[in-house]
Design a binder for this molecule. Structure first.
Ligand SMILES: NC(=O)c1ccc[n+]([C@@H]2O[C@H](COP(=O)([O-])OP(=O)(O)OC[C@H]3O[C@@H](n4cnc5c(N)ncnc54)[C@H](O)[C@@H]3O)[C@@H](O)[C@H]2O)c1
Length: 330
């Protein structure tokens, strides 16, 4: 197999590329470098992935890449991913995430590629009112970003069924950590980097709301180590049925365990050694659900995969990555 990894120079994509290279899979990365750190692809264990610079919106480039590299499977991670930005620029999100996927799927079908793994998100569920979110929980996305991911799933499954393409949609929960410091997330959009950012500036990390119906009143989430997530991609890529048989799998990629924002703040203080200033409670943010924790049973059953990293390991590795890019942080 030769895999095309779109968005493979991004945070999660580089972990996927590294994990696939380490497992001996051949990989070509396609990335327009709009939010990438291409150096992440250097020094991979196993065969070095080729980097093709360009967009999934460029059909000609896709056709050429499929032909030149003999691509037989695709892992599609390229997307815009900021919820707030998606509310301000919905047309851009639909163009990049939905139209881009359509163009890619057309090229996939034309090239006779038979396996397709799609990066979806727990954002498809919106604000689920359940203890554990299963794949049967209704999907009611709350913002354009989540809508593009749900629409993407529909596209992937429909195109897969029509063309005999085997597909997997992986719904990631809250991703954090790094396999190596240089692969770490560079954005400040998720809770862990947001806490690091505040502490580095000598400010109190903010906890949005402490009056939710949860044990300590703060929101509860399911945090998944990016290396576990990368291994779920490898498992999905290898479990997809052989050419021509079709079949689709839609599965949560989480741990099944919840951690509250307060517990996260305590752990971050412990790992970084920065106990002051202590986390401060701010008003709730609109649209934040009290609790979003995955049921991880289907992934275990279908992929033979389960998360194995601890939250502490996740924070420690994320902090090492943060300090590499922010030398004064310690
Ligand atoms: N980070 C999370 O917590 C999280 C959670 C759920 C789902 N996801 C999904 O995982 C995927 C990867 O996320 P990430 O955190 O690594 O983000 P990222 O921004 O680090 O990576 C996305 C990569 O895609 C590239 N890209 C963007 N648009 C492109 C296009 N049109 N053509 C080619 N390349 C393009 C960017 O340059 C970047 O390298 C996304 O699809 C995202 O929606 C992420």
């Amino acid at each position: 197999m030769t895999w095309l990894i779109t968005g493979g120079a991004g945070y999660i994509g580089a972990h996927v590329a590294r994990t696939m290279a380490e497992a001996g899979e051949r990989a070509v990365v396609l990335d327009d470098l709009s939010a990438a750190v291409p150096e992440r692809l250097e020094g991979m264990p196993g065969p070095q992935p080729v980097l093709v610079r360009g967009s999934v919106l460029d059909r000609e480039l896709l056709d050429r890449t499929f032909a030149e590299h003999g691509i037989t499977g695709v892992v599609h991670l390229a997307a815009r991913k900021q919820v707030g930005e998606s509310v301000e620029q919905p047309l851009r999100y639909y163009r990049e995430n939905v139209h881009g996927l359509t163009v890619l799927l057309e090229a996939v079908v034309a090239a006779g590629v038979r396996r397709f793994v799609f990066s979806s998100s727990a954002a498809v569920y919106g604000t689920p009112d359940v203890d554990l979110v299963t794949e049967e929980t209704p999907c009611v996305p709350m913002n354009p970003y989540g809508e593009t991911k749900l629409t993407g799933e529909w596209l992937v499954r429909a195109a897969g069924r029509a063309a005999g393409l085997s597909t997997a949609c992986l719904r990631y929960f809250n991703v954090a950590g790094a396999a190596e410091p240089r692969l770490a997330d560079t954005g400040v959009f998720n809770i862990v980097p947001m806490f690091f950012d505040a502490l580095t500036r000598g400010e109190a990390p903010l906890i949005f709301g402490d009056d939710y119906p949860t044990p300590d009143g703060t929101c509860v989430r399911d945090y998944i180590h990016v290396q576990d997530l990368a291994e779920a991609h490898l498992a999905a890529a290898r479990r997809l049925p052989e050419a021509g048989s079709g079949g689709d799998l839609t599965v949560n990629i989480g741990t099944g365990r919840g951690l509250s924002v307060r517990e996260m703040a305590d752990l971050v203080a412990e790992v970084t050694g920065k106990r002051e200033p202590a986390a401060r409670v701010a008003p709730r943010r609109p649209g934040d659900p009290a609790r979003v924790v995955a049921s991880a049973q289907l992934a275990e059953k279908e992929l033979g995969w389960a998360a194995r990293h601890s939250v502490r390991g996740m924070i420690t590795s994320a902090w090492e990555g943060w300090c590499l890019r922010h030398p004064g942080a310690r």
